[in-house]
Design a protein around this ligand. Structure first.
Ligand code: SF4
Ligand code: SF4
Length: 186
């Protein structure tokens, strides 16, 4: 394994631990106040008018690796998610330019009856933070999410030696697939 591959492996492990720490923090302090997503009749992840979650490249790598290494998913699921990401880009007209946060899409990582395919190991901080609360004063504070996202960006920048680029999930999944295709054909 080369030095850069080892560096990326370490960064992916740190990213996973950071997300898991944040998920535990939100779960412990706010989980009991939020609605139970497992029995939600209208999951927000599949709401094409609602989801505008952005990630950086390292998070897309973490999502794909999580699926690829998962005993119950594997490479077939990676290909299915990549196909859904390409379909979402075409269907919702997702682009890297302009106000990307104004673009919304149904998330390619969501499966009815299963939920988020990367729930525990590679969920974006915005998704960990999000929940439905009866009272607005029960909503989680946002400072920790911002701090987590700064650390995510710093890990990404250290791996790719360039400023982190935040894009809608389908765009990074598709860009990564394209990059992997170029690598395997060269
Ligand atoms: S966050 Fe709210 S809308 Fe989304 S799945 Fe959970 S309960 Fe449903
Ligand atoms: S990454 Fe997971 S939690 Fe976030 S929008 Fe997609 S399916 Fe939902």
């Amino acid at each position: 394994m080369g030095q850069s591959a080892r560096g990326k492996g370490r960064a992916l492990a740190r990213l996973r631990r950071l997300k898991q720490w944040f998920a535990r923090y939100i779960g412990k302090n706010y989980g009991h106040l939020a609605a139970d997503c497992a029995i939600c009749p209208t999951p927000c992840c599949s709401d094409a008018q609602f989801v505008n979650v952005h990630i950086v490249r390292l998070e897309a790598e973490a999502m794909v690796e999580t699926l690829r290494r998962s005993p119950q998913h594997g490479p077939d699921k990676v290909r299915a998610v990549q196909a859904r990401a390409r379909a979402a880009i075409a269907r919702y007209g997702l682009t890297e330019t302009g106000d990307t946060f104004a673009q919304t899409y149904a998330c390619p990582l969501f499966e009815p009856g299963v939920g988020c395919l990367v729930h525990w190991k590679a969920k974006p901080a915005a998704c960990i933070q999000h929940g439905c609360y009866e009272r607005w004063e029960d909503l989680p504070e946002t400072g920790t999410q911002r701090a987590v996202e700064q650390r995510v960006a710093a890990l990404d920048e250290a791996v790719y030696a360039a400023p982190a680029v935040w894009l809608p999930i389908p765009l990074w999944i598709a860009k990564l697939e394209e990059a992997e295709g170029h690598q395997s054909s060269s």
